[in-house]
Design a protein around this ligand. Sequence first.
Ligand SMILES: [Zn+2]
Length: 245
Amino acid sequence: MHYSAIKRKIVKRIDKLCCQPIEVFVFHAVSDSFDPALNKQVDWSSSTEFKQRILSFKQQYTFISLDEAYHCLHRDLTRQKKLAVLTCDDGFASILSILPFLEHEQVPITLFINPKYLDGTSIRTGYATAPKYITQNQLFALKSNLTSIGMHGYEHLDATKQTPEEFAESVDKCINILSSHPRYIPFFAYTWGNHNDTTDRILAEKNIVPVLCDGGATRRYYNGISRKPIDTQYLQSELVNSLIR
Ligand SMILES: [Zn+2]
């Protein structure tokens, strides 16, 4: 075994003993009631449930921003505190209504945005009608220090099904549109968490941090930050799975 591989194995062992993992949660749409024209059950939580979930997480974890988590994952040799990060993908307009709650609870949030839908008219494939998205004006009006803005692809497409040129162009368009936002961070959440060596290389060349959706937590940064979905249906299926196992 190569020396660096042995070193990494030892570090991983030590991490397991001394370093609490940082949990990064992802959710999508949140609204008072489910609207089949605008929501997909798999991506949705009711406002009441969502708020209860966050309050319950707050009893277990200290919430920090994604940026802070990234630095902790590099810097902290040991970590006893249980840290968590909240992220939200897709930029549905419905989540604007829960931002005041998160602000009140002092929970930082990163919104991963597809800039194409900021025009308020473009429709993402797979939806019966256009889900309402955050518009460019609404996005640029978000100035709280607790909110940060990351990338989710120009359109909501599977990065692994794009050519390297198409994926690189999509990332460049995201940077062009989002990097002027005062709360922009160079983090890219892969749609459905799908990625490969080529997409990872393209992000690395542009100094962008990949954010995954692999159901895991991260103890130390290697080549991406793991996330767990917390939308209602996902949690229910996880609960069912854990009962079957
Ligand atoms: Zn998405």
